[in-house]
Design a protein around this ligand. Structure first.
Ligand code: PLP
Length: 379
């Protein structure tokens, strides 16, 4: 007996305006790139395109790191790749926790059998630099400092430049989450001395979800080479992955896993668009669109969770006005206006909305649409 044959209609997703915490609106030409004919993952033409993806990622990250690539999985896999490659059992990692994703870093560290020293911060605040300084002094044996540059759960931006400088002074390697920051706010991997960094394709790059750009500094690569134990994840072991993504010695690429070929076409196009716009212009556009949205929200009496100084332009966490039904408003925006905004996460669940202005979504017309819809829904 077979399981009965299902009769299912084709799926036709509507055109939504994605203004939540990600995925963001995908550029039309990025969607079109993903629909191009699939090539074999070792086809010389495809491999040539991967070289261009690497060059474009080095530009987006502002790095010369040879080990720069896109993990064939979402941002969570980029996070895990950083921790499992660099951190060995028993090693100490200072983990800054000011939202959901810092907490996930702790879980990664502890699953390795390493020790997480937590620097906790109130949600909605950036990582406290002086608390990190104190932790560095109290734990001279710590090997890593890990923090989230742009906390998507709260909309707070941390001072990555200062945190990395502090870590360097104490001889620690840094692991930085740039899932929401890459392409949206200033980020300079080499200049700031970041050792391991990962991002996501679906936020300010406005690419399809499912890829995680990642970059390791030469010092991080040395740390991996000096490991006493093999990386416990075969798939995420970057020394194996580099046999496919290519290395400086120009050795012939060999099969590691079947690359998500069409998603990589999409990433190539998204990164190309970022390079055409120019990083500084993209950062300025996100900042300008945030100001436009902020002015409109304030006119509606809606207040921000994060102090102006630390606000992420691409992730606007706002208090849900008193007496307003959180879920009902979000459902109406989706059903009647085709607009998605995000619910609060973790400590902010039920208390905040998260309005994304990421990549292609950071446009004047989207802001006008959302402000108009919100004013109608809130009556
Ligand atoms: N880190 C941050 C800051 C994020 O915002 C997210 C996703 O929203 C992740 C990590 C995990 O990325 P993904 O959902 O692509 O696995």
């Amino acid at each position: 007996m077979l399981v009965p044959q299902p009769h299912i209609a084709p799926f036709f997703p509507p055109h939504r305006t994605l203004m939540g915490p990600g995925p963001s609106d995908v550029y039309p030409s990025v969607l079109a790139a993903g629909a191009k004919p699939t090539l074999g993952h070792l086809d010389p033409l495809f491999v040539g395109m991967m070289d261009e993806v690497k060059t474009l990622l080095q530009y987006a990250f502002q790095t010369k790191n040879e080990m720069t690539l896109a993990v064939s999985a979402p941002g969570s896999a980029g996070m895990e790749a950083c921790f499992v490659n660099l951190v060995e059992p028993g090693e100490k990692v200072i983990v800054c926790r000011n939202g959901v994703f810092g907490e996930r870093m702790r879980q990664n560290v502890e699953r390795i059998g390493a020790v997480a020293v937590l620097v906790d911060n109130e949600w909605g605040k950036p990582v406290d630099v002086s608390a990190v300084e104190a932790a560095l002094q109290a734990h001279p044996d710590a090997k890593f400092l890990a923090f989230v540059h742009a906390e998507t759960s709260t909309g707070a931006r941390s001072d990555a430049k200062t945190l990395c400088a502090l870590a360097k002074k104490s001889g620690l390697l840094t692991i930085v989450d740039a899932v929401t920051s890459l392409g949206g706010i200033e980020l300079r991997v080499d200049e700031w001395g970041i050792d391991a960094i990962y991002s996501g394709s679906q936020k300010c790059l406005s690419c399809v979800p499912g890829l995680s750009p990642l970059s390791f500094s030469p010092a991080a690569v040395e740390k991996i080479k000096a490991r006493k134990t093999p990386v416990q994840s075969w798939f995420l072991d970057q020394t194996l992955v580099m046999a496919y993504w290519g290395n400086a010695s120009g050795a012939k690429r060999s099969y590691h896993h079947t690359a998500p070929v069409n998603a990589l076409y999409a990433l190539h196009e998204a990164l190309r668009l970022l390079a055409i716009e120019g990083l500084e212009n993209a950062w300025a556009r996100h900042a300008a669109m945030h100001e436009l949205l902020r002015d409109g929200l304030e006119k509606l009496g809606i207040e921000f969770v994060v102090d102006a100084e630390y606000r992420l332009p691409q992730l606007n966490a706002v208090h849900i006005p008193a007496g307003v039904d959180d879920a009902a408003v979000r459902s109406r925006l989706l059903a009647d206006y085709n607009i998605e905004i995000g619910a609060g996460l973790g400590a902010l669940a039920g208390k905040a909305w998260r309005i994304g202005l990421m990549g292609y979504a950071a446009r004047r017309e989207n802001i006008a649409l959302l402000l108009n819809a919100l004013s109608e829904v809130l009556g």
